[in-house]
Design a protein around this ligand. Sequence first.
Ligand SMILES: [Zn+2]
Length: 206
Amino acid sequence: MRSVLVSTILVAIVAVAGLAIPASTSRLTVVMDFKGPWSPPAAREMQKESARILSPAGLSIDWKMRGEAISGGADANFVVMTFHGSCQFDSEPPVYDELGPYASIRETNGEVQPFGDVDCTRVVSSARYAMSGSDFDRQNYLVGRALGRVVAHELVHMVTRSEDHAHGGVQKAALSGRELIGAPLPLELAEVSQIRRALAAAQFQK
Ligand SMILES: [Zn+2]
């Protein structure tokens, strides 16, 4: 009985270690289209936070501004993320009475398309009203972290072509302001596996 237990634990450790070190990395280009004001420090942190969340699943991101050439040309795997409203810290953003989406993906005939829309004003509002004390010393850094979590969430929908949500982690159906700016919010292991399978099936460029 004991040996069974030990081997089960070993298998679990090997499985987790295997997930922590991706066998291969697939590249995805994300084209950013900012429709309103945005903060370069927040955008930098957004990119870092998305990378932190997605790299355990073997996905690395090349970020481009709209209009920039995409390396790899027409063969490249790319998605377009459009940012609406103001993507920078605001000390008095609108207060929303109702919960609403931070972002959405576009669908055609039930198929998830490589286009996402982020409601920056809503993300900034949630982040702002979750801040307290020393958070205000790094307000755009935290806005960037919040945006990075929202973007990573939408990229998972696009890569897996699924609108499913997880019970925990960044792929939950709803995230509070505190979850957007607080302690690390990684993918759950089930989502990591799902992304790996999707990447392998799609034969993303290595
Ligand atoms: Zn979602």
